[in-house]
Design a protein around this ligand. Structure first.
Ligand SMILES: Nc1ncnc2c1ncn2[C@@H]1O[C@H](COP(=O)(O)OP(=O)(O)O)[C@@H](O)[C@H]1O
Ligand SMILES: [Mg+2]
Length: 248
């Protein structure tokens, strides 16, 4: 077993005539936190979606734990079981309680008994600070609480890798902190995380590597200190200066 968990190798992706990703490569070891940054439309969401095959790549390859996930004969359901995803807009089932939202995957996908899945879901929700909201419906929860349900739901599948696509972008400023705190706990627990975010405070302290996507290409990558203190390209410096002004 090597330490490498994710390898993205020369990935190209177009939508029709529009080239969205060009020759994108990066790697993550187990326990790494990689933060993908870049302007709107630079291909960040597309890159995440390629990892769990919500979007198909045109060229290159992606490996998870040594297996090529972009092969035509890859079992996509197996893959998605191993990769948790947290979306900007939470994507919860509105007719299910927090507990039901979190226990659904373990029951339906992992085939766990109701009692076991419920217990697992309760523990996950307690971990994200929602032990008192088990029976609440999404509409009864704040955005920050809904997003924490979303994180608990992904964690209940015991994923190898967690993908976060701007998990705090839809939240009121005062609710962002609670979600970032849950993400920091996950980092401390050694979870491997690929995160798209504009929260530069989180990126600076939590990321092992920043990958700056610009126009669908990796413009620069490296440890946060390097990109913040000593960027190799003017574009990186400009982008980070602007983001830091906006999101500290
Ligand atoms: N399903 C799709 N069909 C067509 N074009 C898309 C689709 N998804 C994204 N795009 C285009 O791909 C480009 C990159 O989008 P995206 O990956 O969402 O960027 P980001 O997340 O960095 O803002 C954009 O120009 C967007 O309009
Ligand atoms: Mg996006």
């Amino acid at each position: 077993m090597t330490d490498e968990l994710l390898r993205v190798e020369s990935v190209d992706k177009s939508y029709g005539d529009e080239r969205v990703l060009t020759d994108v490569s990066f790697e993550m070891d187990r326990g790494d936190v990689t933060v993908l940054i870049g302007p709107s439309g630079s291909g960040k969401s597309t890159m995440l979606r390629c990892v769990n095959r919500l979007t198909e790549i045109d060229d290159g390859a992606i490996y998870l734990d040594g297996d090529c996930v972009t092969d035509a004969d890859t079992n996509v359901n197996d893959l998605r079981r191993q990769v948790g995803m947290v979306f900007q807009d939470f994507n919860l089932f509105s007719h299910l309680t927090a507990l039901e939202n979190v226990s659904l995957g373990p029951r339906r996908v992992l085939g766990k008994e109701k009692a076991e899945a419920t217990q697992l879901a309760r523990e996950q929700l307690e971990q994200v600070g929602l032990g008192k909201q088990l029976d609440s419906y999404p509409a009864e929860l704040s955005g920050g609480q809904q997003q924490r349900v979303g994180i608990a739901r992904a964690l209940a599948m015991d994923p190898k890798l967690m993908l976060f696509d701007e998990p705090t972008s839809a939240l009121d400023p005062e609710l962002i902190g609670d979600v970032l705190e849950v993400m920091r706990d996950l980092v401390d627990q050694g979870m491997t995380m690929l995160v798209v975010t504009h929260e530069m405070g989180f990126a600076r302290e939590a990321a092992d590597e920043l990958v700056f996507l610009d126009g669908g290409k990796v413009a620069e990558r490296g440890p946060p200190e390097q990109l913040f203190e000593n960027p190799q390209h003017d574009r990186t410096a400009q982008f980070l200066r602007r983001l830091t002004e906006l999101h500290g």
